[in-house]
Design a protein. Structure first.
Length: 271
């Protein structure tokens, strides 16, 4: 089969209709919205929905409602903790219920006629009901260069990717936008950010960070780098990725290859 465009503006009136899924502060959502506002009528995407798995009217843990109000964007929620409690479970770690949860979410968002879902600090694993309904059309940003491999696996996946990269001796860090697939952090790479340098405090060595007694120091350094990477990486490539998707410049094939403007890009585009 030939490559298929993730969004084809020739088949649908632009702009591309986007939902932002979030669970916390929503900083990536804000940057996507700010870019949309800055571009105005020329922006090839439009955020039409903010969805969250955390119902928090106080906006203390999750700012979804306040962001939606400020930017006049529709808001929907499906509180995952409440969903699990109503089924007798205290923790959302039991993934056997997740497809049922995502089926409810799918029903909630269906009326928005979405072209794309963006995960913006969305802390619930996405499962088949959403992956199949929005095949190729769910994207995420990850705080690591997903093109780096170790054997047959991607080296820096999961929640501790920044820490793992620092402890492995990486000198530079990148963010990556990618398509979301069933295997977490293994979807096709769309774009990689410019690098930020790994900078250790004066007098601190990599060997120091590998010592168990320095776990708190390592955690703090990783958090500082992740903040810088978000500001210089995520906030640059996520809005840009959405722009290019809305312009119809990205395509994928059944072999998991990504094409940009018809050119094969095995590791996505480097911004």
């Amino acid at each position: 089969m030939p490559p298929r465009k993730i969004f084809n503006p020739n088949r649908r009136a632009m702009p591309m209709r986007v939902a932002c899924f979030m669970s916390g502060s929503g900083t990536n959502v804000v940057k996507i919205l700010e870019n949309q506002l800055r571009k105005g009528s020329s922006c090839p995407y439009r955020v039409v929905l903010i969805f969250t798995d955390v119902f928090d009217p106080s906006n203390q843990k999750c700012r979804a409602q306040s962001i939606s109000s400020k930017h006049d964007v529709a808001y929907e929620h499906n509180d995952i903790v409440d969903f699990y409690k109503r089924r007798g479970l205290e923790s959302k770690k039991n993934l056997s219920l997740r497809p049922e949860y995502d089926k409810v979410t799918q029903q909630i968002i269906e009326k928005y006629d979405l072209d794309l879902i963006t995960l913006c600090g969305y802390m619930s694993i996405v499962t088949r009901p959403l992956l199949e309904r929005y095949n190729d059309r769910i994207v995420n940003v990850h705080p690591a260069d997903l093109s780096i491999r170790e054997g047959d696996r991607r080296k820096y996946t999961g929640l501790n990717a920044v820490r793992d990269a620092i402890l492995a001796g990486e000198k530079k860090l990148h963010s990556t936008t990618h398509i979301v697939r069933e295997k977490v952090d293994y979807g096709e790479i769309l774009m990689r950010s410019p690098p930020i340098d790994v900078i250790l405090p004066k007098g601190v060595t990599l060997k120091d960070l590998l010592r168990p007694e320095n776990a708190a120091l390592t955690k703090r350094i990783a958090a500082e780098h992740q903040t810088r990477l978000k500001e210089q990486g995520d906030w640059a490539i996520y809005p840009k990725t959405l722009e290019m998707l809305g312009e119809g410049r990205y395509a994928v094939d059944d072999q998991g290859s990504v094409y940009v403007d018809g050119v094969l890009m095995p590791n996505g585009l480097r911004l």
